[in-house]
Write a protein that binds this ligand. Structure first.
Ligand SMILES: Nc1nc2c(ncn2[C@@H]2O[C@H](COP(=O)(O)OP(=O)(O)O)[C@@H](O)[C@H]2O)c(=O)[nH]1
Ligand SMILES: [Mg+2]
Length: 467
């Protein structure tokens, strides 16, 4: 009995987790009673066997009809119909349970897809690769490439996602970015990866920025995220929790431009552990997400390791949008982070594979296509808000330099005042640019750079006489 309980305790977490049905075979019943030993049909009349079965059901919390008292063949040399009968009854139930289990497993895979996507075939993979290979940021935006930031807990698959994309475009499994399953983040350096298209060697017009993993008390903080988003952090920055990113960080970009900023953020989460992630990790993720909302930076969630959610998906990744378990995981993440469900991409990274697979590649390319599209939406919005709402109506477009000069040349004070010219007093701190402003005006009307008025950067004023 003790042995049964011990075995059960070891197996319980696994079988419960996988919802595997189980039965108990209570063997050696012949040793419990002489009556049973002489005639095994006595088994269901024997009080000792009944007590043994009851004991098992109570200790293991099972129903009585899933505990089968049996007697195995051991010393016998010919079959005995009664012994066989007992074993067959048990086996019949075992097979029935297994059948139910398999039916239930199958039912997580439905014929109907929960997201409409193109077929995961070679043709569509090549079409998506070509689309992404020809991707560029909007033409009127003065930015050479889209910048995508990967963010998420340790081991979620951020670096693996970058490797998967790199592998697809190199048409072989690569390991450009450091991946692994260490407890501490393997990625300790902020790296901006470019992807080269193996077909023609061209560098694709996006950069994937890999960060170290978020931890409960370590990893990028909210302030670090701010610097990362604004583009202050140099490529190669060494994440160091004892000295967070600051203006003193070596290589800190003090005046980042739109090209240095992040144009889309990818939250990478592990589908197999996301539901059991600690409250503090969720809090961090939610704070990060609020910051992105405030800055109106688009985000996409990549839910990795979907192969671990379902055997059917593990065998054939194209079952992903037919699998109710994956759908449930996507819905959960979308609701917890408040991100639309169609911005959550369940994916499988290349990790143990030695060759590429159209299904895995198609799935990743679909996610990447959305990410790049979102980056472009952000850039178009940034560019539009810059041009449509300047903080002061632009003079460059309405008045040409000549017409402004003509208006100034034609200036006369109102004649009634008997004043022939306006007198302007320049006043301001030393070195503010009073004399230089005079020189600037003089230069414009002379058509060449003049230095009529004394300018410079001395500590005491260079201008000592009122002109
Ligand atoms: N089964 C499975 N394992 C994955 C997947 N993605 C990543 N891994 C594994 O998860 C571990 C951590 O991945 P890594 O990319 O280093 O995570 P990071 O810390 O977020 O960069 C590695 O051992 C990967 O091989 C996936 O989609 N499926
Ligand atoms: Mg990493």
């Amino acid at each position: 009995m003790k042995q049964i309980i011990k075995c059960y305790d070891i197996a319980k977490p696994y079988i419960r987790h996988a919802e595997i049905p189980y039965v108990v075979l209570l063997t050696k019943i012949d040793e419990l009673s002489k009556l049973v030993r002489d005639d095994v049909t006595e088994v269901f009349w024997c009080p000792t066997v009944k007590t043994a079965v009851k004991n098992v059901t109570e200790k293991l919390g099972m129903t009585i009809n899933t505990v089968h008292p049996i007697k195995n063949y051991e010393k016998e040399i010919v079959l005995d119909a009664k012994l066989s009968h007992l074993a067959l009854v048990a086996l019949d139930q075992i097979i029935g349970f297994a059948d139910n289990f398999l039916l239930k497993k199958r039912s997580s895979i439905s014929d109907k897809s929960w997201r409409d996507v193109p077929n995961f075939n070679e043709k569509n993979r090549i079409a998506l690769m070509s689309k992404i290979a020809h991707y560029s940021v909007p033409p009127n935006v003065n930015v050479p490439e889209a910048r995508i930031l990967m963010i998420g807990p340790i081991g979620a698959g951020k670096s693996s996602f970058i490797n998967t994309i790199n592998s697809i475009f190199n048409e072989r499994i690569t390991n450009q970015s450091n991946t692994g399953s260490a407890v501490r983040s393997l990625t300790t350096v902020y790296r901006q990866y470019q992807v080269r298209c193996g077909l023609n060697g061209q560098v694709l017009k996006f950069r994937l920025c890999d960060t170290c993993g978020i931890e409960e008390t370590k990893g990028p903080s909210l302030t670090d995220l701010d610097y990362l988003l604004e583009g202050n952090v140099p490529d190669g920055y060494n994440f160091n929790t004892s000295s967070p990113i600051s203006r003193e960080t070596s290589g800190f970009l003090s005046h980042p431009r739109l090209k240095d900023q992040i144009h889309c953020v990818v939250f990478v989460l592990d589908a197999s552990t996301v539901q059991v992630a600690s409250k503090s990790i969720w809090n961090k993720l939610n704070q990060f997400q609020t910051k992105l909302n405030r800055k109106e930076i688009p985000k996409v969630i990549v839910l990795t390791k979907i192969d671990t959610l379902s055997d059917a998906v593990n065998e054939d990744v194209s079952a992903v949008f037919h699998c109710s378990k994956v759908k449930k995981a996507v819905k959960n993440v979308s609701e917890t982070l408040g991100v639309p469900i169609n911005n959550v991409w369940p994916i499988k990274n290349y990790e143990t594979e030695v060759c590429l697979n159209d299904k895995v590649s198609n799935l990743t390319l679909l996610a990447l296509d959305q990410i790049l599209g979102f980056a472009n939406d952000f850039l178009i919005k940034k560019e539009a808000s810059f041009h449509i709402n300047p903080w002061r109506p632009s003079l460059f477009t309405h008045e040409t330099q000549e017409s402004l000069m003509a208006r100034i040349e034609g200036f006369k004070p109102p004649s009634v005042l008997e004043v022939f010219e306006a007198r302007i007093l320049m006043i301001g701190p030393i070195g503010a640019g009073k004399s230089s402003f005079f020189n600037t005006i003089n230069s414009i009307f002379n058509g060449r750079i003049t230095n009529q008025s004394n300018t410079g950067s001395a500590v005491s004023s260079l201008t000592t006489v009122i002109l």
